[in-house]
Design a protein around this ligand. Structure first.
Ligand code: FES
Ligand SMILES: [Fe+2]
Length: 350
């Protein structure tokens, strides 16, 4: 049989169920049911009559019609479109139309824990369970002088590949040439630190990137402070500071939809000398362009990994964070304790 050369059959997929993931933005959730899949678990989100958000398994326990086809009834409960069973936000059945004698009380639909925080709806896909830690906090209240832009995109890539891409510096000079970096490479030092739940790359002595984004950050150049961070289970964060004049904090809250589909809710907070009304539309266009280029690569990577039946990665010292992120995901999936490590410091050109 004709076949590609054999690979190890490994794919960097970690399934961390008992964690919080962004399901949607608070503003997207009204009394209209919203279908969202988290880690392969189909859920329906809705607001009840009092505006409280709830998340239930998107399968009516009666005859398994998706509850997301239903509506929020005048009682404030989620009503199935088929026979009209109604459920509250905890999944308790509150009405079986026509049934006498309170038989609805013994019926319920599995529900998922939900929190609203910083304008985002966080859900735990382990039905009926609650994570030990609260959801990740961006700290938006401390960034009151910043402009905030939010955007949601989907990438056809594993959670790991998507996180690595969001924090991978070396590809920016190549795939995003001119937009971010790429004219003349500069020597930069990087220090990588790992905690049991996060890993951070700190770049030292980095000149302001010379692409369009860098020029917006600071027209006059200078040395930037730059950190790339990953927080378990699925947050990628990039921070740039240039003196007191410019600050960018871009947080990509990733949600694994399925093994090879990842949704990103990007929250960008920025402050520069340029007025926000000028900067905002330019940044938005550039960010979309950058993301479109990344999305093409993530899809090509996933398709090829699939075609070859697994990954066969060859890393170098320049792959600062990808292997570290994989180690943290794997440890968390196995329930192993992590450790505090200053991994190393190295020099590279970007
Ligand atoms: S399938 Fe939902 S009420 Fe019958
Ligand atoms: Fe990129």
């Amino acid at each position: 049989m004709l076949a590609p050369p054999p690979t190890k059959g490994h794919t960097s997929i970690a399934r961390l169920h008992r964690y919080w993931y962004v399901a949607c933005r608070s503003s997207e959730l009204s009394n209209r049911p919203l279908a969202r899949t988290l880690l392969g678990v189909p859920l329906v989100l809705f607001r009840d009559g009092e505006g409280r958000a709830g998340a239930l398994l998107d399968r009516c326990p009666h005859r398994n019609v998706p509850l997301s086809l239903g509506r929020v009834a005048s009682t404030g409960h989620l009503e199935c479109a088929y026979h009209g069973w109604q459920f509250d936000g905890s999944g308790q059945c509150r009405l079986v139309p026509g049934l006498q004698g309170g038989g609805e009380k013994e019926r319920r639909c599995p529900s998922a824990a939900l929190r609203e925080q910083e304008g985002l709806v966080w859900v735990c896909p382990a039905l009926g369970e609650e994570p030990d830690q609260p959801p990740f906090r961006i700290g938006l209240e401390a960034l009151s002088g910043h402009s905030i832009v939010e955007h949601e995109v989907e990438a056809r890539g594993t959670l790991h590949a998507t996180l690595e891409n969001a924090l991978d510096v070396p590809h920016t000079a190549f795939l995003h040439r001119g937009l971010f970096r790429g004219k003349k490479p500069n020597e930069i030092r990087v220090r990588v630190k790992r905690t049991p739940t996060s890993v951070e790359a700190e770049y030292i002595g980095e000149p302001r990137p010379d692409g369009l984004v860098g020029k917006l950050l600071s027209p006059s150049g200078g040395i930037v402070e730059h950190w790339d961070r990953f927080f378990l289970p699925s947050v990628a964060q990039v921070e740039y500071k240039l003196g007191t004049e410019s600050h960018f904090l871009v947080t990509a809250l990733c949600t694994p939809v399925t093994d090879f589909l990842t949704r990103l809710t990007a929250v960008a907070a920025f402050r520069t000398l340029l007025p926000s009304f000028l900067l905002r539309p330019i940044l938005q266009r550039v960010a979309l362009r950058i993301f479109a280029q990344d999305a093409v690569m993530l899809k090509a990577q996933s398709d090829n990994v699939e075609r070859f039946g697994g990954e066969q990665y060859m890393s170098t010292d320049l792959d600062f964070l990808g292997p570290q992120i994989w180690r943290l995901l794997r440890q968390a999936e196995r329930g192993e304790p992590g450790e505090n490590v200053v991994e190393r410091e190295l020099r590279f050109f970007a």
